[in-house]
Design a protein around this ligand. Structure first.
Ligand SMILES: Cc1ncc(COP(=O)(O)O)c(C=O)c1O
Length: 388
């Protein structure tokens, strides 16, 4: 008699709806359907040529193995130089860990600093995996609702209010944010970091969309405070989602803690991806050309989304997303996403992924894809709406 398997309570987390949409879109593609994807935050362009060549040479050599848990020295040194050049911040490479995407970085950050029941603030709308990873680790996500008055981003006042209600242990903040691309100005970001420091709240800064900004320059948390944890990745600016490679920078006090966690949880990030990532730093010119395509796409979305009746598009300061209010079209964004995928073969992510309370009225449109394809998607949406 087979044993009945009942999943653990901690695994009872929401699905990542954007990934569910991708799975459906992939299934339709396999059946020969032509899908325009505005669903997932995945660059249409490939990784830098040099990164691909470096990986190819490594495959040819036949030697792909484990590395030390923090990662290969060459990559960590390149990352340290990147901080020195871009932000004028000097980082000892010992503080840098190569991770299996930024996703692994979150797990390492949470486990290294917080115990069961710890309360970690995240903005809403925000990246859904934050909430779900925190829950799966038996910690408590505290969602702080941003609003038009806060320009759809976190600020010291909102953080203080949440902390006053019940003490927070940590805060995780992405600047630019996902799903809206909204950013805090440099001075306001510094104020948020100082506020968290003064309240004794550990700061985790998700800087995955750095390099992809349009209205202001991004700042690194380490320009203002020494003990924030920085999470970053080669997935977005460097177009390397499938290589599963990112990095984190940790305070001296927890280097060995992260080392032990990484050794046991992941051993190391994939060696071939680490080698490719190191070479990616030589591909800046290529990546800047890709970024220019997002500038054009952003303009296209700002022009065409309002014509579909979508309102309140939140400030797109960076990243490659437009997050808009779709209630003039439908008050059920999940149904609307399914209807659009079924009837015009355009994949879009419903807002419920990013905002459990208000998401039924919102949708996220990713503009990371090819410009022509994005235009094609809008043409289909125009026709569909006209017939609806
Ligand atoms: C804000 C944010 N952080 C982290 C990630 C995860 O990226 P990866 O694990 O590919 O580095 C994403 C992916 O979309 C994201 O939007």
């Amino acid at each position: 008699m087979p044993q009945q398997i009942s999943p653990s309570l901690r695994s009872n987390i929401d699905s990542f709806i954007a990934m569910d949409v991708v799975a459906r879109a992939e299934q339709l593609s396999r059946q020969g359907e032509d899908i325009v994807s505005m669903a997932v935050g995945q660059p249409g362009a490939p990784a830098p040529r040099g990164a691909r060549d470096a990986a190819m040479r490594q495959i040819e050599s036949g030697s792909i193995g484990y590395t030390s848990a923090p990662g290969i020295e060459g990559l960590r040194t390149c990352i340290a130089s990147h901080y020195s050049e871009k932000y004028q911040v000097e980082i000892n490479p010992q503080r840098i860990f190569a991770t299996t995407g930024s996703s692994a970085g979150f797990i390492l950050a949470f486990l290294s600093m917080f115990d069961e029941g710890a309360r970690i603030a995240i903005p809403s709308p925000g990246y859904p995996a934050y909430r779900n990873i925190i829950r799966a680790l038996s910690m408590v996500p505290v969602e702080i609702e941003t609003n038009p008055q806060s320009r759809w981003t976190l600020n010291p006042q909102l953080l203080e209010q949440a902390h006053e209600k019940e003490n927070l242990d940590g805060v995780l903040f992405a600047n630019p944010n996902n799903p809206n691309g909204t950013m805090l100005e440099r001075e306001s970001f510094a104020a948020l970091l100082k506020c968290a420091e003064a309240l004794g709240i550990r700061f985790i800064s998700d800087e995955i969309y750095h390099g992809l900004t349009y209205t202001m320059k991004e700042a690194c948390a380490l320009e203002f405070v020494d003990d924030a944890i920085i999470i970053n990745s080669f997935s977005k600016y460097y177009c390397m989602t499938g290589w599963r490679i990112g990095w984190m920078i940790v305070p001296d006090a927890i280097i060995r803690t992260i080392d032990r966690l990484q050794q046991n949880l992941f051993i190391c990030a994939p060696e071939i991806s680490q080698i490719a990532a190191q070479a990616a730093f030589d591909g800046i010119e290529e990546m800047e050309a890709v970024r220019q395509t997002y500038v054009d796409n952003r303009q296209l979305f700002l022009e065409r989304l309002p014509k579909l009746g979508i309102t309140e598009i939140q400030p797109i300061d960076g990243a490659f997303y437009a997050y808009g209010n779709t209630s003039p079209v439908s008050d059920n964004s999940m149904e609307l996403a399914n209807e659009i995928l079924d009837q015009c073969r355009v994949a879009i992510t419903p807002g419920l992924d990013f905002d459990l309370k208000r998401g039924e009225s919102w949708m996220r449109f990713s503009f990371a894809g090819d410009h022509q394809r994005m235009n094609e998607g809008f043409d289909r949406l125009d026709h569909w709406l006209a017939r609806r």
